[in-house]
Design a protein around this ligand. Structure first.
Ligand code: UGA
Length: 431
């Protein structure tokens, strides 16, 4: 099939590249000229495992093209995916300006039937709105359909998520739209859930909100564990083995970050408010998530007495491992609070330091975890990259001013750390 994907962020680029890998001819469009020029040369500006190789291969085989022109990109396409950003407004509401601009341009350049698919996370009823904008801006009489096909890709495992999805959700209003999308996804042999557009839109919001709720729930439980002498890892294991609950997303830690959960959660609260429903549960999920950073700062303070002029080594800056994305990363918030209380920061991350340098000032970025530990008063692990799992702790202990480790992702064994002579603090652990 001929496909056009508008927006080459994480979602658009992964989606377009994977469709090309499945044998389709894909044109990816973005207004950012320098990004498109880099992509044409096979240079991928984001870190996503396996993506660079896939882009290069499909470029070579001429199944993947890049352009800044929506008109050129959509010319031969039967299906157009809209994957542009929907950033939050100060109120939490999603800003649909980019989506609106794209819809106007699609309408202006439409000369034959097109299926226009929302891939970006958008408020409920955006499907209807997209249809209206296109109708109002059409230059000639052509038929088209709108569909919602939410994405469930996680950064760091996006290609695998695309190729092996748990389910594919298709929100459509016509048989033709259903047929085209079912045909496009057929090679993946995954269960396809066909709904109307509004249900598909809600499935996306409800899924992200539910997962965020699981995380805040276990973080709240971790605080109870600390007060009672229980261990949150054992509690989560005991809960997660119940199939109705499931073990995924029950890792207590520094809270959720990234450009999806925090923003989508508040956008959903806003949508519900507009519909006349106060989704207080989700506001509480957000509150617990914010509070979790204060809980972590409190533990550091308790152990260092005062933060003023203390040196804090930080391991991990990205919002989760295997990505260089630092948007809404717990590490960024925690570092800012530590700095505001007078602490000096030495940080190391395998992939995210380039982006973090633009965001954070007055930090010493280090070449290794050991350099971050050197002469620091404590070492905080905030993102659980694999390379932090097996460190030489005898060396770390010698390098640190004080043998204090705050493990915000519970990746180390408390007993072992204590045996090695560390003051070890995890999240919700009492051993
Ligand atoms: C999330 C969803 O998992 C995807 O299904 C969805 O497509 C995507 O948002 C989106 O809407 O675009 P992502 O933001 O890449 O994907 O990351 P997740 O793996 O879901 O992690 C989100 C945050 O939760 C991270 O900060 C992670 O550290 C945290 N987390 C996750 C926990 O604190 N505990 C857990 O048990 C799981």
């Amino acid at each position: 099939m001929n496909i056009c994907v508008i927006g080459t962020g994480y979602v658009g680029l992964v989606t377009g590249t994977c469709f090309a890998e499945l044998g389709n001819k894909v044109v990816c469009v973005d207004i950012d000229k320098s990004k498109i020029n880099s992509l044409k040369k096979g240079k991928v500006t984001i870190y996503e495992p396996g993506l660079k190789e896939l882009v290069k291969r499909n470029l070579r085989q001429k199944r993947l093209l890049f352009t800044t022109s929506i008109k050129a990109g959509m010319k031969n396409a039967q299906i157009i995916f809209i994957a542009v950003g929907t950033p939050p407004k100060p109120s939490g509401e999603a800003d649909l300006t980019y989506v609106e601009n794209v819809c106007c341009q699609i309408a202006n350049n439409m000369t034959s039937y097109k299926l226009i698919v929302e891939k970006s996370t958008v408020p409920i009823e955006t499907g209807e709105w997209v249809e209206q904008i296109i109708k109002q801006n059409l230059k000639r009489k052509v038929s088209f359909d709108v569909a919602s096909n939410p994405e469930f890709l996680s950064e760091g495992s996006a290609i695998d998520d695309f190729m092996h999805p748990d389910r594919i959700v298709i929100g459509v209003e016509t048989k033709k739209a259903k047929g085209l999308l079912a045909e496009l996804y057929r090679p993946l042999r995954a269960p396809i859930i066909v709904t109307n557009i509004k249900s598909a839109e809600i499935i996306k919001h409800a899924s992200n909100s539910f997962l965020a709720t699981k995380i805040s729930f276990i973080n709240a439980i971790s605080n109870i564990c600390e007060k009672t002498g229980a261990d949150v890892i054992e509690v989560a294991r005991g809960m997660g083995m119940d199939k109705r609950i499931g073990k995924a997303f029950l890792n207590a830690g520094a809270g959720f970050g990234g450009f999806c959960f925090p923003k989508d959660l508040l956008a959903f609260v806003h949508i519900c408010e507009k519909l006349g429903y106060d989704f207080g549960l989700l506001r509480e999920v957000d509150r617990i998530n914010t509070e979790q950073k204060a809980v972590i700062i409190g533990k550091i303070k308790q152990n260092l007495q005062d933060l003023d002029k203390k040196v804090v080594g930080v391991l991990g800056l990205s919002f989760k491992p295997n990505t260089d994305d630092i948007r809404y990363a717990p590490a960024i918030d925690i570092i800012r609070i530590l700095q505001s209380e007078g602490a000096k920061i030495k940080a190391y991350d395998p992939k995210a330091m380039k982006r973090a340098k633009k965001e954070l000032k007055g930090i010493q970025f280090c070449k290794s975890p050991y350099a971050a530990a050197e002469k620091s008063d404590c070492l905080i692990l905030i993102t659980e990259w694999n390379e932090f799992k097996e460190l030489d702790f005898t060396r770390i202990k010698k390098l640190l001013n004080k043998p204090f480790i705050m493990d915000c992702r519970n990746i180390y064994d408390p007993k072992k750390m204590k045996r090695l002579g560390f003051k070890y603090i995890g999240i919700g652990r009492n051993k």
